[in-house]
Design a binder for this molecule. Structure first.
Ligand code: ADP
Ligand code: MG
Length: 430
């Protein structure tokens, strides 16, 4: 029996104008068997949607191969259907007509198409809504239409691209449960589901196996079988342990950029995480409130933030020596605790010491200013230096970020009219 789906050494590049091809996906090897529910996890921008489009045959791989039931695919993959995050419904078509689109290419009569679509509407919980228009439906119901349209063609493989992430928490939860029930009770003939997501809990709740992607380019950094009987209890130790494990794989390298030669979440030359001193302060206070050591995943959940929004904060606070990540938990260092508990002026002093110690470029900028007799320098000097290091686009962002940190730390002052940087306390007011 051939594999349902097999990817061999899949690579994909995109030509970005003015520069050479960028590798988005590299050396993706993946086998999916009948009966498997697979989750593909990765930060946004890593290449998950690109990978799904290649599996669906909507775009070709630059090299490598995709096979469905042992046959290499050139063009549209006949065995799959996709559910998109954005629902992608036609507003001028009714619910029924939108679902029927899934059968467009099938050799069926109009009557047969209608009958099958009505059955699917029933299955996805839209019985009675066939004549409604998308705008009359809630987000959750719209996505049910999206799922119905994919299911109606009875694909062997159902591809879902962050299909729940545009929905509010409760709606998403209901829809996940309903889909899982259809799958587990075999109410749909689908042989495999591939769910692309950046939600770790979603992956552990739904999938039999998780594949974790890195970025720049996306390669598979880890495959993990999720061996918990269904239905899964999100509070059980086994569940939480998988969440922690996956979380560690997704953040470990980000939190210790100096140790890992290839951080998962930021390229080697991506520069410093784009986090303002104010945001970092808020984050450290939050951690302090949580008794200093906490499961970062749960923290994100508690504040209903994407875990991804925390990544730069985690990266910055670890880089500056305020926190460290251990097995998916984050804890404040003694320095971090001191900072979080200090009054403002004291905080500035601590911040100054930490950036001077941990960010070599800060120390360098201060030293250059000190070496000048008038203790000032035109910003262009640094702009050019940063452009050589990071390229034009990045340079400005990095420089603004650093000046922000240095101003907060009261190391420098900046006159944005004259575009001159001064050593703190030397700015002339004329
Ligand atoms: P994800 O779904 O994980 O958020 P995508 O697959 O959408 O990521 O995108 C991965 C990377 O590929 C991004 O950097 C994106 O800008 C780039 N990319 C995607 N499609 C194209 C395209 N058609 N042309 C150029 N770059 C693209
Ligand atoms: Mg995407």
């Amino acid at each position: 029996m051939p594999n349902l789906l097999e990817l061999k050494s899949v690579r994909r590049t995109f030509a970005i104008k003015g520069s050479s091809d960028t590798v988005i996906l590299d050396n993706i090897n993946l086998t999916v068997k009948e009966g498997e529910f697979l989750a593909i996890l990765g930060p946004s921008g890593s290449g998950k949607s690109t990978l799904l489009r290649i599996i669906a045959g909507l775009i070709p791989a630059s090299s490598g191969s995709v096979s469905y039931l042992g046959n290499e695919i050139f063009g549209i993959n006949p065995g799959v259907a996709i559910v998109f995050q954005s629902f992608a419904l036609f507003p001028w078509l009714t619910v029924l007509e939108n679902v029927m689109l899934g059968l467009e290419k099938k050799p069926l009569t109009e009557k047969e198409k209608k009958e099958r679509s009505m059955q699917v509407l029933d299955i996805v919980g839209l019985d009675g809504f066939e004549n409604a228009y998308p705008k009359e439906l809630s987000g959750g119901m719209r996505q049910r239409v999206g799922i119905g349209r994919a299911l109606v063609s009875e694909p062997d493989i159902l591809l879902m691209d962050e299909a729940f992430s545009a929905l509010d928490v409760l709606t998403a939860e209901n829809l996940r449960r309903d889909l899982l029930e259809l799958w587990l009770d075999k109410k749909i003939p689908t042989k495999s589901i591939i769910l692309v997501t950046h939600g770790i809990e979603e992956a552990v709740y739904m999938a039999d196996r998780a594949v974790i992607l890195s970025t720049h380019p996306a390669t598979i950094v880890k495959e993990l079988t999720i061996d918990i009987p269904r239905w899964r209890d999100k509070k059980s130790p086994a569940f939480l342990s998988y969440v922690d494990q996956i979380y560690s794989f997704m953040t470990k390298r980000a939190a210790t950029p100096s140790v890992q030669p290839q951080p998962l979440l930021s390229k080697k030359d991506n520069g410093l995480p784009q986090v303002s001193a104010g945001a970092l302060t808020g984050f450290l206070e939050l951690l302090e409130d949580q008794n200093q050591r906490t499961d970062l995943y749960k923290l994100a959940d508690k504040f209903m933030m994407d875990i991804e929004d925390f990544f730069p904060l985690v990266e910055a606070s670890s880089l500056l020596g305020f926190s460290r990540v251990i097995e998916g938990d984050i804890e404040l260092t003694p320095r971090g605790i001191e900072f979080a508990q200090a009054p403002l002026l004291e905080r500035k002093k601590i911040f100054s010491e930490q950036i001077m110690k941990n960010v070599p470029i800060v120390e360098k900028m201060v030293r250059i200013l000190q070496s000048k007799s008038n203790k000032q320098i035109n910003i262009e000097f640094f702009e050019e230096m940063f452009t050589r290091q990071y390229g034009e686009k990045m340079a400005q962002k990095q420089l603004n970020l650093l000046i922000g940190w240095e101003r907060y730390a009261e190391l420098v002052e900046y006159d944005d009219v004259k575009e001159v940087l001064y050593l703190e306390g030397t700015m002339q007011s004329d």
